[in-house]
Design a protein around this ligand. Structure first.
Ligand code: FCB
Length: 479
C-alpha cells in the first residue's frame, strides 16, 4: 500500500495530448422521470420498491432529475472543461417492454442530450446497458434466458440507427459481473435472484449480448465508430494460506469469465473445472464463442479497490466478503472456499480500501495479458461523507487526494507502456448508489437531494485544472 507522502513526489506529471478526460454517470442513477414520456419499468424500479432491498427504500423516481436538467448538467461539464462524458442509455425509454415497439420520445431525449454535448464540444461515450433491464424481459427469464441477448442486439440496432451518426464510442455493457453475480447470484442488485446456476447462465448471455450488439451496431453506425465494453476487474492478492489458489479462482470467476470469451474466444478451462458441480455449461451453443469474440477497439476499466484472499481451512465461520457485505448468497460460484480478508485502512465511505498501487498493478496486468489492447478508465472515484462548509462550499480534500493518487498511478502505467486513452471519473454528480440509495456521494458535483441544486465541489475544481493543463496538480485547487 502506497502512502500519501510517497505519491506527492508524482505531482507535476503530464498526460499525453488527446488523452480523454471526462466523467461518468448512468441513466437510472441520475435521470429520474421514471414514468415520463413513455418509459417502461426496469428491474431497478421493481427492486427498489421491494421492501428491504434498498437502504431507506430509496428509488430512482426523481434521482438527480437529470432528464429535465440535462442542459444545466452539460453546461457544468463544459464549464469544467471536460473532454468527454460517459453516459448510459435507458433501454426501457427506447423499448418500454424490452422488445418490439420503439418509443420515439426516448430516442428524442438521447438525441437532444448527445446534440447538447456536440454543441459544447464534449465527446459522447455511450453505454447501452448500465443495469436497467426492461421488467418484461426479466419476467420472461431475464439474463439467464438466451432470448434476452437477442433482444439486446435488436435494441442496440435501434439506438445505432437513430444515433449512429453522432456517437463515436459505443460501450455495450457496464460491469456484466455485477449484472450476473450481484443480480442473480447474491441477489443484492436487481432483480435480486439467488442462484449459482442462473448467475452463470446470465454471465454467458451477457457475453453473447455484448458480441451480438457489436455485430448489430457495425451494420448501422459510422464506419469509424469505436466499440468497447466496461468490466470491473477484481484485483485480488494472496493474503494467507492457499492465497495463490484463491486468487486464481477469483480471477477466473470475476475477470476471465468475461475477458476469455470476449478477447480470446474461449472460456478458461479452469473456470469449467471450478464450476463443474454447478453446471456443464451446456448453455454455450455452437457459434456462441465466435459471436462473443467480435473485436473491440477499447477495453473499459472500472477500478475502485483491491481484495485480499485465502482459502478457508474449514474450521469455524468462513469470513465474509468485505467489499460486497450486503451479500446474502455468493457472487463467486465455484469459489466457495475463498475467504475475503479484512483490509487495513484508509477506506472510503463505502468501506472500500484506498489502493492506487492496485490500480497500476491492474493496468500493467491487462497490458501484459492483452498486448496492444487500448484501455480507457471508464470509472474511478470515491464516496466520502461530504460536509457543506459555512461558506457553502464542499472542501472534499479526501476525494481530491484519492483522485490525485489514482491519476498518478495511471500515469505510472502509461510511462510503462500501457495504451491508456482516457479517464472518466465516477461520478459527475452525487446520485442513486444502487442498494445504498442516496446515502453515498460519489460526485465531483454535489446534488442537494431536496432542492436538486448542483454545487461544484473542490475536487471538481482540482480536476478542471488537470483537464485544462494536462499536468497533475499536486494539491487541491485553492478554495
Ligand atoms: C460501479 C457502477 C456505478 C457506481 C460505482 C460506484 O460498480 O458501475 O454505477 O455505482 O460502482
Amino acid at each position: 500500500m502506497t502512502t500519501g507522502s510517497a505519491d506527492y513526489r508524482d505531482s507535476g506529471l503530464t498526460f499525453p495530448d488527446g488523452f480523454l478526460f471526462g466523467s461518468a454517470t448512468a441513466s437510472y442513477q441520475i435521470e429520474g422521470a421514471a414514468a415520463e414520456d413513455g418509459r417502461g419499468p426496469s428491474i431497478w424500479d421493481t427492486f427498489a420498491r421491494t421492501p428491504g432491498k434498498v437502504l431507506n427504500g430509496d428509488t430512482g423516481d426523481v434521482a438527480d432529475d437529470h432528464y429535465h436538467r440535462y442542459e444545466q448538467d452539460l453546461d457544468l461539464i463544459r464549464d469544467l472543461g471536460l473532454d468527454a462524458y460517459r453516459f448510459s442509455i435507458a433501454w426501457p425509454r427506447i423499448q418500454p417492454t424490452g422488445s418490439g415497439a420503439v418509443n420515439q420520445a426516448g430516442l428524442d431525449f438521447y438525441r437532444r442530450l448527445v446534440d447538447g454535448m456536440l454543441e459544447r464540444g464534449i465527446t459522447p461515450i455511450a453505454t447501452l446497458y448500465h443495469w436497467d433491464l426492461p421488467q418484461p424481459l426479466e419476467d420472461a427469464g431475464g439474463w439467464p434466458a438466451r432470448d434476452t441477448a437477442d433482444r439486446f442486439a435488436d435494441y442496440a440496432r435501434i439506438v445505432g440507427e437513430a444515433l449512429g451518426d453522432r456517437i463515436g464510442t459505443w460501450t455495450t455493457l457496464n460491469e456484466p459481473w455485477c449484472s450476473a453475480f450481484l443480480g442473480y447470484g447474491s441477489g443484492v442488485h436487481a432483480p435480486g435472484r439467488v442462484s449459482e446456476i442462473e448467475s452463470l447462465r446470465a454471465a454467458h448471455h451477457l457475453n453473447l449480448a455484448h458480441g451480438q450488439a457489436i455485430t448489430a451496431l457495425r451494420g448501422v453506425v459510422a464506419a469509424d465508430a469505436q466499440y468497447s465494453v466496461t468490466l470491473n476487474f477484481a484485483v485480488a492478492r494472496p493474503g494467507g494460506p492457499g492465497g495463490k489458489e484463491a486468487v486464481r479462482q477469483i480471477d477466473a470467476i470475476a475477470n476471465r469469465v468475461f475477458t476469455g470469451p470476449m478477447l480470446k474466444g474461449a472460456y478458461p478451462e479452469d473456470l469449467f473445472a471450478d464450476t463443474a458441480a454447478i453446471t456443464d455449461w451446456a448453455f454455450v451453443e455452437d457459434g456462441d464463442l465466435a459471436a462473443i469474440a467480435e473485436p473491440i477497439d477499447i477495453l473499459g476499466v472500472n477500478y475502485y479497490n483491491t481484495a485480499s484472499v485465502q482459502l478457508w481451512d474449514g474450521v469455524g465461520e468462513k469470513r465474509g466478503d468485505a467489499n460486497h457485505n450486503l451479500s446474502a448468497g455468493t457472487p463467486y460460484p465455484g469459489a466457495d472456499r475463498v475467504e475475503f480478508l479484512p483490509l487495513p485502512g484508509p477506506k472510503t465511505a463505502m468501506g472500500w480500501n484506498i489502493a492506487p498501487d492496485g490500480f497500476e498493478e491492474l493496468l500493467l496486468s491487462l497490458h501484459r495479458q492483452f498486448p496492444g489492447q487500448a484501455l480507457m478508465i471508464t470509472e474511478n472515484g470515491a464516496a466520502f461523507d461530504d460536509v457543506v462548509a459555512e461558506d457553502g462550499r464542499i472542501h472534499d480534500v479526501e476525494r481530491t487526494d484519492f483522485l490525485r493518487r489514482h491519476f498518478a498511478a495511471a500515469h505510472r502505467a502509461i510511462e510503462q507502456g500501457v495504451d491508456l486513452r482516457g479517464y472518466q471519473v465516477w461520478s459527475l454528480l452525487d446520485n442513486y448508489e444502487w442498494a445504498y440509495g442516496y446515502s453515498k456521494r460519489f460526485g465531483i458535483v454535489r446534488v442537494d437531494f431536496d432542492t436538486l441544486e448542483r454545487t461544484t465541489k473542490d475536487s471538481a475544481l482540482w480536476y478542471s485544472q488537470l483537464v485544462k493543463t494536462h499536468i497533475l496538480p499536486d494539491a487541491p485547487a485553492a478554495g
